[in-house]
Design a protein around this ligand. Structure first.
Ligand code: HEC
Length: 273
């Protein structure tokens, strides 16, 4: 189930382009700039043009003629935006959301609890700079009320959980969230996970990965018996969870799915791809 990279629509041939730390001094011309995923103007101390590319974040101080890395990792950057309060934000895979505020000389980390998601857009109103609205690569809107440190999904209408899902949510928070992420967004990318072929990441259990390709029975079995491929996903029956716990956990997982995933669960999923 090596699905994480497939989820990252922007990331192809990732392994070989990844370098941990690289020199900022190297200057590239516009022709040699990796194809930008986004550009943003930023005034800061001097007028600058910033670009998010597959091979990192770049800055130009001569209206785009020459560029330098503005962040010392050639990791894929999927978004760069200024917000109404004058901050500059960027999203870099494995580093998360970064920000520069007026007169700050360098990028600062804001949050990296995105699981399998990357941001493709971000916006904030001038009078509420800590309330950020983002778009992920699946086209879903996600929200942060704490300036980007933590993020929540948006749900259509009022979301009422069944008693089983409420119970499942408690179990999920206790036993599963540490790997599968808040609201089942999956394990957050790290350099280790991206570069080591042996590292099996904990997939998203929400709508975004392929948990919904399995029937309830298969999911119960996976939870109680664990994965054949990695000890990271243990047999939870040996850790004291019961079949009813697994059923409750699945009820909670399914509260994180959309209509398509619920309608197309299990063998039907092929018709819904
Ligand atoms: C220590 C990390 C870790 C914890 C904690 C953990 N998991 Fe997992 N889980 C994984 C990994 C890694 C995989 C991928 C296994 C594989 O690909 O064979 C996985 C796979 C799964 C899958 C299969 C998903 C799919 O799309 O096929 C389900 C379902 C699942 N976990 C549910 C749970 C539940 C429920 C809990 C809490 C009771 C839990 N996991 C706790 C690491 C973890």
């Amino acid at each position: 189930m090596p699905i994480q990279l497939r989820n990252l629509v922007h990331l192809t041939a990732l392994c070989c382009t990844l370098l941990t730390s690289v020199s900022r001094a190297e200057t590239v011309t516009l022709e040699n700039l990796p194809k930008p995923k986004g550009v943003a103007q930023y005034t800061g101390t001097t007028p600058q043009l910033h670009a998010a590319t597959d091979k990192g974040l770049f800055v130009s101080r001569d209206e785009g003629r020459t560029w330098n890395l503005s962040y010392p990792f050639k990791l894929p950057a999927t978004m760069i935006n200024t917000t109404a309060d004058g901050s500059l934000y960027a999203f870099v895979v494995a580093k998360g959301l970064l920000r520069i505020r007026s007169n700050e000389p360098m990028w600062r980390p804001v949050g990296n609890q995105f699981g399998g998601q990357v941001l493709t857009q971000l916006t904030a109103a001038a009078d509420e700079p800590n309330r950020l609205v983002g778009l992920n690569q699946f086209g879903k809107i996600i929200l942060s009320d704490d300036g980007g440190a933590s993020w929540q999904k948006t749900y259509p209408g009022n979301r009422t959980l069944t008693p089983s899902a409420v119970q499942g949510e408690k179990l999920f928070t206790t036993y599963c969230q540490s790997c599968h992420g808040l609201e089942g967004v999956g394990e957050t990318y790290t350099l280790e996970a991206l570069t080591s072929e042996k590292y099996i990441m904990a997939p998203a259990l929400d709508y975004s990965a392929h948990a919904w390709h399995h029937t309830d029975e298969a999911l119960v079995q996976m939870i109680l018996e664990g994965s054949q491929r990695t000890e990271r996903m243990p047999a939870w029956s040996k850790q004291g969870l019961t079949k009813q716990d697994a059923v409750d956990l699945i009820a909670y997982m399914k509260s994180l799915w959309g209509k398509r995933e619920l309608d197309c669960q299990g063998p039907k999923h092929m018709q819904c791809m």
